[in-house]
Each structure stands twice: as C-alpha cells, then as structure tokens.
Design a protein around this ligand. Sequence first.
Ligand code: PMP
Length: 395
Amino acid sequence: MNNEEIVAEGKKYVMNTYGRLPMAIVKGKGASVWDADGKEYLDFVSGIAVNNVGHCHPKVVQAIAAQAETLFHCSNLYWIEPQVKLAKILVENSAFDKVFFCNSGAEANEGALKLARKYAKKHLGEDKYEIITMKKSFHGRTLATLTATGQDKFHKGYEPLPEGFQYAPFNDLDALQEAIGPHTCAVMLEPVQGEGGVMPGEESFIKGVRELCDRHHLLFIVDEVQCGLGRTGKLFAYQHYGVEPDIMTLAKALGGGAPIGALLAKEEVANAFQPGDHASTFGGNPLVTAAGVAALTAILEEGMVDNSAMVGEYLIHKLECLRHKFDFIKEVRGKGLLVGVECAKEVAPVVASCQEKGLLLLSAGPHVLRFVPPLNITFTQVDQAVAILEQAFDS
Ligand code: PMP
C-alpha cells in the first residue's frame, strides 16, 4: 500500500484519537526512516524518545528473533530469565533495588501511584494518600495518570477524576512547600519535563524537593519515561542533580521499540507490594525483556550516553546560532538530546515544512519544537537537520 491508500483506510478503520501527518512510516534503520512511497527522512522524533538506540538496532533485532524462536510468553506465575536479567542491569546501574515490569509509561506511573499509597498507608498513616505533581507535567492517559498530569486540557471531558492529587508549579520550591497538606504522601515529577515544553528542572529545585520530602516524610517519585535511559546525557536524568529518589518509572526507550514499562523502587518502598497487590499479564514478558536487555546493553556499551551529552551540546550550540538569526526564537533549552526551541509563533507549520524537506520533528505544546533523535546520532546528521530547519524557518 502507498501513503494515500494507508491514510484512506486508516481514516476509515482506526479510531480518530491522533492528529497524524498524512503518511505512513514503513521502514527504519539507525536515524533514518522511509515512508510508504519510498521517501527517506532523518528522524529527530525517534517514535517520541523511544528509539534511543536507533531503528532496528542489530542487537535488538537479533535478541527479539532469538527469543521469538524460543518463547514469546509464559506468565508471571513463573520466573522469567530475560526479565530477571533486565531487572539486574537496571538495579546495578541505578539507585534502586527492585523492579516491576509493565507495558507502558502510563502503566508504570499507575504502579508508582499505587505503590506510594500502599507504602504511605502502611508506614505513614491511613490518612496519607495525596500526591503532589507539577503543573505542565505529563504522566499518561489512564484516569489516574491523566489526573496526575498537571495540564487541564487532558482532564476535560473525563470528570469525575480520581481524588487525591494536588498541583504545584514546576521549579518553585516555596509553592511546593505550601501545597503540602496533612494527607500528602508523595511528590512526583519529571526531572526534565517533556510534553510540557522541554523544561529542565533547576538544580536547587530538585535538590530542594528531596530535602522537603525527607523533612515531611514524603516519597519522591521521578517519572523518567521520556527523560531516562541516556536521553539527557546521563543514564537517568535524576543523576544530574546528585539526589536519589525513592521511586522511578521508565518506558519508551526501555525496549528499544518493544512495548515495555518499568517501576523501580528502593527496597523498603518496594516491600510495600506483596504477592497479589499488583500485576500485569504481559508485564516483563520474555520477548520484550529480551529486547530490553539488548537495548540497554547497547546504550551502556556503545557510548550512547556520552554521545547524547556531547552531540546534544553541539545541537544546542547550532540552535543558538539560529536564535541569533531568527527573532521569533525565544529560547533554546534542554539536556543531552532532549532539546526544545521555544518560538513566539505556532510551530506546526515548521514541523510540516521540515517533513516535506525530509526531517521529522516534533512539537511540545503549540510553541516549542522538540528534538529527540536517536542517541547515536552523528554531528553530520545534526548539521543536516539544522540546515533543513533553517530552510523551513526561511520559507
Ligand atoms: N510519562 C511521560 C513523562 C511521558 O512523556 C509519557 C508519554 N509521552 C508518559 C508518561 C506516558 O507513556 P505511555 O504513552 O507509554 O503510556
């Protein structure tokens, strides 16, 4: 099928929940993808921060093929070897002790909310259940995670929303302190906000959140679904801040493209979950965790975290040069290869123009262009992308 045919049939049969560009991607390799008409694009979207190792990374392809020949699925009634291996690599490379696997970022965050409440009720008191999240945050589309999401537009039409959430402005410690009430049990945030416009947490804020949580006996939850796994130039974004959270969620890049999520916690917190408390049929199944082991090994062994830091800095430098040329660019910001360009005008036409010219870009809200290429992107590919963007800005 060509682009036109896929789009026409898609409109007929697929539920209309996405504002999609009128093309279908049918093939990918590294930082390139091809549409159904054979046109090649440089991919600075990476499936929205999923393809950190690039498309069809040979280690991931090989691991999935080998696992598919052996065992797709068996159930968490039994121990699963690749799941155990992936948990071990995550624990050995983070501040956490135990891992629960699920299928998406929203599901990981649901698990984190449940774990925080379970822990708090057990250790802090039956009346501790409220979770403070940040304005402009994004945590998912299930009822609890869309409620945790600090943007009204995601709430509209879904009321009544689950109780027990409060919101505080990001990077404002005084406001956060004021939001803490008698029922608060946890603070949850993205160390670098993604959907909210690519907004890095300030060092004094993130450190201050840890101190506030310690002082008030609250759990500190980081949602690293988008900013984790090398994206910001460290394996986990919290590592930029010299703090250790109590709970962390992951998804997106964890499976190298295979759908998987994870919830990590310190031992004492993790122990609040006992057999029967939480579950997921597909969570951590052999196929996706084999992919996860391969993807995470590639990130760690192929220098992708350092490349993300180094090439990310170069990308920011190149975008700063554009800022001096184009008045409507207000700010360039980000960490590693999670970069945003805030404009004084809507960016949707720029995204469309870049697509026509062979560059896939993403927005983060109406005024921010978001750059999330694979972590093994080269300086030359950054030059190509920025040259296309400059043409799009000129036109
Ligand atoms: N948390 C963050 C920070 C995200 O960026 C996203 C997805 N954009 C999610 C959670 C939800 O992940 P999923 O779509 O896999 O449910």
